[in-house]
Design a protein around this ligand. Structure first.
Ligand code: NAD
Length: 355
């Protein structure tokens, strides 16, 4: 398996180094993985004047999977928009046609106290959000800022074709089939035509999955329900914009953004795997970041791209073990637990992998 490793900016290199330790440990157990590292985001701009250098994109195209840290930082905020780190990320998702973003929100029982919600509301939470990733208002044309009637107006276009909705619907129904067979499609069909089409296509695709119970919810209600009673959901499918916001809200249910991995898949299950959080410039370079979201992203890579469920389980169990041992980075630390650094957490997961 060829893996492109793109650490990025801020805490990216620190957390990716821990995931690479885990991969190295699997390699020494016989796993056949080749890893090659390349810059992206601000690091791409620094190295080649482009947040997605051509060589990085070529490496990612040639790889079976991509492991990404995070991009962005205040030093890049003044760059022209196309040169900003986040553009590199949007471009690689689009170039690799990674249209289905899978974001699990799972609460480890020991971390119930780290959630900002009452533990009875969140304990046992096991939710999967499937977010469409290459369409919607982030990519729709026309877009821009221009002067109309003597003042500036900003505009974007919310747009989905039925084929874009259909392919993400199939991914979501497929995942719901392997989970609790309950899929909730989230949109805003009461006011948006784009959502009306989304809902119609979901209903059409549902005919291929008679075992899955499909429900529909407006995004404003979904935001409320996620906080009120998140365990009512099993799998959620939604568009790019709504999914961006809802999945960050869902991340807080599980205690810390530092615990949550993600996968972004193309039609053939090639994927890019990354933690859902950003580059955390406030703690970068201090060995404080939680590497578990990145390590759990490696587990997702084994599950979805390499279809090696045993190794995926092995990594996830190692993470469960270190959590059960009471090891905590600062973001998930509570009274009585042992506070560890980013690299100590990585070492502990490697030790817990041992058979
Ligand atoms: P962020 O996710 O980087 O940080 C939000 C808060 O969570 C910060 O207090 C941070 O310290 C904390 N945090 C995040 N990850 C953590 C981890 N692994 N361990 C411990 N604490 C963690 O979001 P932000 O502050 O809004 O953005 C910072 C930069 O990251 C910006 O430049 C933004 O554009 C970029 N960003 C990148 C991505 C990505 O690469 N996928 C996603 C979101 C934001």
């Amino acid at each position: 398996m060829k893996l492109a490793v793109l650490p990025g900016d801020g805490i990216g290199p620190e957390i990716v180094a821990q995931a690479v330790k885990v991969l190295d440990a699997l390699k020494s157990d016989g796993a056949k993985i080749e890893m090659e590292t390349a810059p992206i985001g601000g690091a791409g701009y620094d190295a080649a004047g482009d947040p997605l250098p051509a060589a990085t994109l070529a490496l990612a195209r040639a790889a079976d999977a991509v492991l990404l840290g995070a991009v962005g930082g205040p030093q890049y905020d003044a760059l022209d928009r196309p040169l900003r780190p986040e553009r590199g990320l949007l471009r690689i998702r689009k170039e690799l046609n990674l249209f289905a973003n899978l974001r699990p929100a799972l609460l480890y029982p020991e971390l119930a106290g780290a959630s900002s919600l009452k533990s009875e509301v969140v304990s046992g939470l096991d939710l999967m959000i499937v977010r469409e990733l290459t369409g919607d208002v982030y990519f729709g044309q026309p877009r821009g800022i221009e002067v109309r009637n003597g003042e500036r107006v900003g505009f974007n276009t919310m747009l989905y074709s039925e084929s874009e909705v259909r392919r993400v619907a199939h991914v979501a129904f497929g995942i719901a089939m392997k989970r609790g067979k309950k899929l909730c499609s989230v949109e805003k069909a009461n006011v948006l035509e784009c959502s009306e089409l989304w809902k119609e296509v979901m209903i059409e695709v549902a005919k291929d999955y008679p075992e899955v119970a499909l429900s529909h919810m407006y995004v404003d209600n979904a935001a409320m329900q996620l906080i009120r009673a998140p365990k009512q959901f099993d799998t959620i499918v939604t568009g790019n914009l709504f999914g961006d916001i809802l999945s960050d809200a869902a991340s807080m249910l599980s205690g810390s953004i530092g615990m949550l991995p993600s996968a972004s898949l193309d039609e053939r299950n090639k994927g890019m795997y990354e933690p859902i959080h950003g580059s955390a410039p406030d703690i970068a370079g201090r060995n404080l970041a939680n590497p578990l979201a990145t390590i759990l992203s490696v587990a997702m890579m084994y599950r979805y791209t390499f279809a090696d469920l045993a190794t995926a389980d092995r990594i996830e169990n190692a993470v469960k073990k270190v959590i059960a041992q009471g090891l905590r980075t600062g973001d998930i630390w509570t009274e009585g637990a042992r506070k560890v650094s980013c690299s100590e957490m990585g070492d502990a997961v490697v030790a817990a992998l041992a058979r």
